[in-house]
Structure formats: structure tokens, C-alpha cells
Design a protein around this ligand. Structure first.
Ligand SMILES: O=C(CO)[C@H](O)[C@H](O)COP(=O)(O)O
Ligand SMILES: [Fe+2]
Length: 214
């Protein structure tokens, strides 16, 4: 079954705790935390302290999407805060293999992330080492953007590579995902759909999660 990872970027930040407990009740599979540093992407959001704050409120896996320069500097802080999965952008990390190894050595699952214009081939050498590959379906930095359909080709290519090599890697997609674009991503081979606006900006989160899951 397709997993749904609601992004708390779309939450009311003054009611974050309530938001996380409501998402769990509404049927979310993971909680997606978008960390932005004002350098890799223009906005600044939150860091390991947010993970520490929400960790006691949910038993769901906390899935951290690091949109930061020098992601290796953040590994210890997110491990101590209780993150389950740490994903780093291939565009932000020169020593990708070393950073993936450090994330796994710290006891977390490791993910690699591709921007829409980054060729999928760039992560193929490390796919046997990671738990997750995240294909961005918008340019990172903001919620509520329009899905970029040319990314579907990357999703299909990743699916083919993973199946051909019989790898245990989940394909996650993130950005502009709703009922319609979520279906296209599932058909292209995605396993985990991140959705912010299409869940949190509606009045019935359980219904939105059910419909996006398909
Ligand atoms: O990584 C992200 C932005 O960089 C967010 O996870 C993503 O944009 C989710 O928001 P929405 O579903 O509203 O597009
Ligand atoms: Fe994200």
C-alpha cells in the first residue's frame, strides 16, 4: 500500500503539537519535516529542535527532508532529537557516500534527494546503500507549488533501476502532490507520497489522506 507522509510545512506553526497528533489519528504513515537553512533554499524553517519537540507526541516515523548546505553537520543533532529517516540532497553534498554511511552509523535510515532538473543517474551508484530516494516534483523551498510533470520520467527510471537490481529502496515524491498528481506518481512507481497543502489546507485530513493514497 502507498504510504502518505504529510508535510508539517503546511501546518499552523502555533498549533504544531495538535497538528502532529491529528495527522496520526487521520491515518498518516510518516511525519515529513522540511528543514530549510536559508542557503540551499531561500527560506528558513526549523531544525532538530522541532523534531525533539514533536518526538514524544507520535509513534509514527519522523522523516526529515534536509534542504541545507553541509548536511553532514546536522546528523548528530537529528539523531539525538529522535529522527528516524534523514534525507540529503545530492546537489548539496560532495561526499554523498560518506554522509549516507554516517547517517546509517548513527542508527537512522538514509535517503537521497533529487531536484527536478537533476538526472536520476546521479544517485544510481548509491542506491544499494540507501533506504529511500526522494524525487522532488517541485523546486524545493516552498509549499503549495505546482507539480512539475517532467519529473515523472525520473520516477519511472528510478523504479526500473530499483526493480532490475532488486534493491530494497522506497521511492518518495514531494511537491504539488494531490489526488490527481499522486495517482500519476503511483503509476510511475512511487511508494511514498509527501503532501502538505493537499492534506493540511483541507477541513478533513483523514479523507484527504485516504483519497491521495488511492
Ligand atoms: O519539500 C517541500 C518543499 O521544498 C515540501 O515537502 C513540499 O513542498 C510539500 O508541500 P506541498 O504538498 O504543499 O507542495
Ligand atoms: Fe519536503
Amino acid at each position: 500500500m502507498t504510504k502518505i507522509a504529510p508535510s508539517i510545512l503546511a501546518a499552523d506553526f502555533s498549533r504544531m503539537g495538535e497538528c502532529v497528533t491529528s495527522l496520526e489519528k487521520a491515518g498518516a504513515d510518516w511525519i515529513h519535516v522540511d528543514v530549510m537553512d536559508g542557503h540551499f533554499v531561500p527560506p528558513v524553517t526549523f531544525g532538530a529542535q522541532m523534531v525533539e519537540a514533536i518526538r514524544p507526541l507520535t509513534s509514527l516515523p519522523i522523516d526529515v527532508h534536509l534542504m541545507v548546505e553541509k548536511p553532514s553537520n546536522q546528523i548528530a543533532a537529528f539523531q539525538q532529537a529522535g529522527a528516524d529517516l534523514l534525507s540529503v540532497h545530492v546537489e548539496a553534498e560532495v561526499h554523498l557516500h560518506r554522509t549516507i554511511t554516517a547517517i546509517k552509523d548513527a542508527g537512522m535510515k538514509a535517503g537521497v534527494v533529487l531536484n527536478p532538473a537533476t538526472p536520476a543517474a546521479l544517485v544510481e551508484p548509491v542506491l544499494s546503500e540507501v533506504d529511500l530516494v526522494l524525487q522532488m516534483t517541485v523546486n524545493p523551498g516552498y509549499g503549495g507549488q505546482t507539480f512539475i510533470s517532467s519529473t515523472l520520467k525520473n520516477i519511472a527510471r528510478l523504479r526500473q533501476f530499483i526493480d532490475e537490481h532488486q534493491l530494497k529502496v522506497e521511492i518518495q515524491v514531494d511537491g504539488g502532490v494531490d489526488v490527481d498528481t499522486g495517482r500519476l506518481c503511483r503509476e510511475a512507481g512511487a511508494d511514498v507520497l509527501v503532501a502538505g497543502s493537499a492534506i493540511l489546507k483541507t477541513s478533513d485530513w483523514a479523507k484527504a489522506i485516504r483519497h491521495i493514497r488511492g
